[in-house]
Design a protein around this ligand. Structure first.
Ligand code: 6PG
Ligand code: NI
Length: 184
């Protein structure tokens, strides 16, 4: 007699039982996203960098979306695999990320270009305020999966970050190296 809600398998981040929207983002989709564009072009274009699964729920004002991002391990010219990253089109709309598995970083950047990095691990909670761009970075050799909840009206603005974030994260000598970049 009870409604069976959608489920997330905590260990893997897999969503089940809901009507789901799925999107894969591949190396060939990420033109200009990594610092070393020629290194990106040398990689197999069909290689998947991240998969997103979203519960197909209402996008109306006041409603919330729930989704999982699975960001695979890898590097482009030493720079760790990462999501494209975005501001919400409705800039004031925030979001919450929950780390599920793997380890990495959540890069947050305000409209003034000030950036910070939060460690993501199983159980971490990330409050992304409004007016804050966000990008996941996988610094490990495992899949990084994170659950997110955000307003259905938030939308995405990728163009505002076409020049990139002000921090980039690389592996050098088996160490995580954060570099500040000048985008002007
Ligand atoms: C959102 C969420 C999240 C995000 C994915 C992929 O607002 O929809 O932040 O679902 O879209 O992690 O990241 P990109 O949208 O930056 O490719
Ligand atoms: Ni978002």
């Amino acid at each position: 007699p009870f409604i069976q809600p959608p489920q997330v398998e905590w260990a893997s981040g897999a969503l089940a039982k809901g009507p789901l929207l799925r999107k894969s983002t591949r190396i060939r989709d990420l033109t200009g996203v990594f610092a070393d564009e020629s290194a990106r072009q040398r990689l197999a274009g069909e290689h998947v960098v991240y998969d997103v699964e979203i519960l197909a729920t209402s996008p109306a004002e006041g409603e919330l979306y729930t989704g999982v991002t699975h960001l695979y391990p890898g590097r482009v010219g030493g720079e760790y695999f990462m999501t494209r990253g975005h501001f919400h089109a409705r800039r004031e709309q925030g979001e919450v990320y929950f780390g599920l598995r793997g380890s990495g970083l959540l890069l947050l950047q305000n409209e003034q270009g000030q950036a910070r990095l939060e460690s993501v691990c199983a159980g971490s909670i990330h409050i992304i305020p409004g007016f804050t761009a966000h990008r996941l970075i996988n610094t490990s050799s495992e899949v990084l999966s994170a659950l997110a909840v955000w307003p259905g009206v938030a939308g995405h603005d990728y163009a505002a970050l076409a020049k990139g974030f002000t921090l980039r994260v690389f592996e050098e000598n088996q160490q995580i190296q954060v570099r500040e970049v000048q985008n002007d």
